[in-house]
Design a binder for this molecule. Structure first.
Ligand code: OSB
Ligand code: MG
Length: 368
């Protein structure tokens, strides 16, 4: 295939409810979308999962915009592309910038599977036609508010609850959640808010029987996580620290984690996500799909990835309505009362992209 046109847009969408992590609150998303078009007129859509500031990682909307426009798009445009699986190699000379790369790479997977008229998830090698869903609940203004959120999500059928933790919002909050909700599947995501000085705190939190602590220590660390994991029973799950299958191998070998969160943007797209999943599976390390407050396009790609065999734990892929009053895909992502999402049988990402809605939300665009 040959990509004859790349459209990049930035859309602005307010969140239904602010989302607070250990690095701050997000009220409104500014999301880059890529639309790739082949010579035969077929199109594919990808979403950039970078945040509005370089807080979760070094990439952010503006760095991705520059890299996509100046560097990556020219590497793809009008090149003979054997398959979507090969797009990663075309961008190999560029270091890092995985979220920017993933934007185009995932769009080309959508395009390829539309040309082949097969669902993306099957083409990726997915085996589960239905995926298990959990939710990620941000830091709230009060524990009562958190209780309300948790009750709402349990009532909706979600299978596991992840709460964000930070030094002012950890031991006592988890203790009260356990008291109130009993033995629900519960976990805490610290987004790197702690250091090895907090080992005793983590040891004390072992008593809550959490499924895992997600990224307790530094965003670029593996070594100290291995030290922490040796001290506690609760499994450590790495998110920020894993950018590739090689990172996964090293983290597993050093004993830095027992579980891995896979995010398409963080690893650079579907091809690398598949390699991370394979590495983890071969080492009996379960993986699950993380989220980045995506619009429907990113959500659809996450659903496809989550159908791979190694994704044995509920992910952070949840219904569109938890984040958006009105999504940019049709139908929006919906979750069954059993807390699952059914992978669509339509070609490509399997959802229709609402172009008119995207145009309405667009604050910047360029055609390459
Ligand atoms: O660490 O998983 C994270 C959102 C933004 C940045 C980082 C993270 C998150 C989430 C949200 O936890 C998950 C979702 O999209 O529902
Ligand atoms: Mg996380």
């Amino acid at each position: 295939m040959k990509i004859s046109k790349i459209e990049l847009v930035v859309i602005k969408m307010p969140l239904v409810h602010f989302f607070e992590t250990s690095f701050g609150r997000t009220y409104e998303r500014r999301i880059i979308l890529a639309r790739v078009e082949a010579a035969d007129g077929a199109e594919g859509w990808g979403e950039c999962t970078a945040g509005e500031t370089p807080s979760y990682c070094e990439e952010w909307t503006e760095s991705c915009w520059a890299v996509l426009k100046e560097i990556l798009s020219p590497m793809i445009l009008n090149k003979e592309i054997e398959s979507a699986a090969q797009v990663w190699d075309l961008m190999k000379k560029i270091r890092g910038n995985r979220m920017a790369k993933s934007t185009l790479e995932t769009a080309i997977w959508d395009l390829e599977t539309k040309q082949l008229n097969v669902p993306l998830w099957r083409h990726l090698g997915g085996v589960n036609a239905q995926i298990d869903c959990g939710v990620s609940i941000g830091i709230q203004d009060s524990v009562e508010q958190l209780f309300e959120e948790i009750q709402t999500e349990l009532d909706a059928g979600y299978k596991r609850i992840k709460i964000k933790i930070a030094p002012h919002w950890d031991y006592e909050v988890l203790q009260r959640v356990r008291e109130r909700f009993g033995d629900i599947l519960l976990m805490g995501d610290a987004n790197s808010a702690y250091s090895l000085n907090d080992v005793d705190l983590f040891k004390r939190m072992d008593e809550f029987g959490l499924m895992m602590f997600e990224q307790p220590l530094a965003h670029d660390d593996v070594f100290d996580h291995a030290k922490l994991q040796r001290e506690i029973r609760t499994p450590v799950c790495l998110d920020e620290s894993i950018h590739s299958a090689e990172d996964a191998r090293k983290a597993i070998e050093t004993g830095a984690c027992k579980i891995i969160n896979v995010k398409l943007g963080r690893v650079g797209g579907h091809a690398e996500a598949k390699r991370v999943e394979q590495t983890a599976r071969e080492n009996s390390i379960p993986v699950w799909c993380g989220g980045m407050l995506e619009s429907g396009i990113g959500r659809a790609h996450n659903i496809a990835m989550s159908t791979l065999k190694g994704f044995t734990l509920p992910g952070d892929v949840s219904a569109s309505k938890r984040y958006w009053h009105e999504d940019i895909i049709e139908p929006p992502v919906e979750v069954t009362e059993r807390g699952t999402i059914i992978a669509p049988e339509k070609a490509g990402i399997g959802f229709d992209v609402r172009r008119e809605r995207i145009d309405k939300l667009t604050v910047r665009k360029i055609e390459i």
